[in-house]
Structure formats: structure tokens, C-alpha cells
Design a protein. Sequence first.
Length: 415
Amino acid sequence: MSGEHAPSTPVAADKASLLTPFNIVTGLIVFVGLILTLLRFTKGLAGVTNLSDNNPWGIWISFDLLCGVALAAGGYTTSAACYVFGLKRYHSAVRPAILTAFLGYALVVFALHYDVGRPWRLPYPIFYSPGPTSVLFEVGLCVFLYLNVLFLEWTPSALEWLGLKKWRNVMVKMTLALTIFGVVLSTMHQSSLGALFLIAPSKLHPLWYSSYLPVFFFISSIAAGLSMVIFEGTLSHRYLHDKMDEHYLSAHDQVHLGFGRGAAVVLVIYFFLKLVGLALDNTWHYLLTGYGAMYSLELLGFVALPALLYAVGVREKNLKIIRWAAVLTVLGIVLNRFNVSWFAFNWQLPAAERYFPSWMEVAVSIYIVTVGLLLFRFIATRMPIFHEHPDFKEAEPEEEPHAHETRPHPQSFGH
């Protein structure tokens, strides 16, 4: 009789804690992804994709590579703001941004193994047979080097977690050099991703084809990076709130306001550069076509509108508006990369010959994103990403006020 009211055992409680909706859904996605991975590497590209000679690049390039690299730009934008431009009030956002960027680039390389016909030859262009005159080689080399830079920038949090103080201090001393090197590499490969499409003027629709594609890709990556910091910070603040210390929580709103201000300026610059591109290429008449409607939606709905929302949100100090603007900007970057590499590519082919991904291609992309979420949660819940390690609280210097900067609210420093 007494057993009826006995408390549940720790083992039963642990099992119950594992059977959450999040774990169940992600578990199913990972299970399906592993099966599709097996099919991809046993039956080849034809077994799981709708790729062809006319359409050799599909959603694994459009989303996993082009969108993945752009949306991982928060690493170089945040570290540059903090360490190069001396805006130390954004220091609390550096580690989450670096972790997001590191995982983003690592998953880009991981996803490339699915897209390359013989993935074991992926390192060949860098270590065996380089092609220094190829834009694709420059992209590959820069991504390879920047992934290593991001790993080194991320290691202080891992070394603090492991208690390796000596090595941690060595890596912290390299922060400025790594940041500068990372900014240079990011500038090169973000723009070069746009330059890849300059060799296909007859395949890419004139509204998106422009000799300024490298500039467009680079400028839009800055807006993507700033917006992703806001987007990632919003989700982390909601779901990982218990892992954050007072310093991070008190600086949270200030970071979003500052990055919202920066994103508004970048989006305005990007909007007018796109108009200049239309004028110089004299492609105005295409705006009256169906593709023109898509281009107008991208430019007005996902560049001009979020720029306006950012400006209003910063002016009114309305964080809700700023966060919605970040969502629109992220969606706009995805739409732009899809337009350039998919929707407006091979636009003159008959509809029957146009590329559309198989459900397995989409499922693999969802699987890769899910792996990134699981890795981010695993690291952020164990390592000092959203909080300062108790043994290193005095490691970072406080920001000194500058005459040319607006003095932030005292609470933004967590004092």
C-alpha cells in the first residue's frame, strides 16, 4: 500500500525529462536525416536529388552554402564592432555570435560533402591541386581559413570550461589579430560568393545579374550578420534564459538597439546601391514582368520595410519592432540568395526543365539545421557563452567612454 504513494525514481524522472516535444521532433529529424545520408552516399546524387547537367547546383548550394555563409556573418560583424571599433558595450554579444558563426561555417562545410559528387576530394583544391585563378578556389580557401579562425576565436570559452587557464590566456591575447584576419577573409569570400555568378550572364535574370553582385553580397551580409545577432539573441533570451548572468541580461536590450541602428543604416545603403545597379544596367523595364514583381517584393518588402522598421524601433526604443525587422531581414537575405541561385537562374528554360528540389533534399537541409541547433544548445548550456566564468570575471576590461559616442544607460553594463 505504501508503494502507491512512493515518489518517482530519479531514473524515471530523467526519462520523462528526455521525452520533451523538442527532443522528440529533433530526434525524428535526425533519424530521417541519417537514413537519407546513407541513401545519398550509397546511391549517389541521383538517388536523393533532382539535380541535372542544366541545374548542377540546387537547394544545398542555395540554402546550405549561400544562406548559411551570409547568416553566419554575425561573427565578423560583432567581433569587429567590439574589438576593432572599440565598442565594448557589445562585448556580451561576441561569444554567442562567434559560436553561431563557427557552427554555421562548420555546417556549411559539412553540407558541402552532400553536394560534391566525390566528397573525399573536397580538400584537393587547397592541399593538392590549387587553382589560384578560380573564384571558387578563393571562396573555398577563405571559408577554410575563416573556419579555423572562428574555431580559435571560440576556444577561450571551451578552455575556460576545461579549466585550462594558461592556454585560455594565450588565445585571448590573439583576439585582435584573429578578428582583423577574420574581417579580411569575410570581406573576400562574402563578396566572392556573388562573383561566382558573374560567369553566367545568360543564365541569371538581368534584374539580379549585375557587375556589382560582389558588392551586393558583401553589404547584405553585414545586414544579415547584425540581424542574426538580434534574432539569435531573442531566441536564446527566451529558451536559455537560465544560462545568462546579470551582465548579459542587462546588456541585452542595449545590444539590440545598437545593432538595430547599424542594420537600419546598412539596409538603406544596400537599398540605394540596388537602385543604382538598376540604373547603371538599365533594367527598369523588367520590373513590369513577373520576375519584376518578385524583385520588387524582395527590394521593398525585405529591404526597405525592415530598414524603416529598424529606424522606427530604434527611435521609439521599441525592441519588439526591432526584432520583427530582424526576422524580415533574415528572410530577405534567404529570398535574395534563392533568387540569385535558384528562382531567377536558368529563367529562360521551359518550366518542365527548371529545377525543383526533391523532398529528400529539403529534409537533408532541415536535418543539417537541426544538428546546428542541437550543437548550439549543447555548448551554450555547458560552456560560458551567455555568462562569465567565475574564474575569469575580471578578464575583460570595461569600456571607457568616448566623446563621440552616446553615453549608454548605466544598466547596460550590469552595474
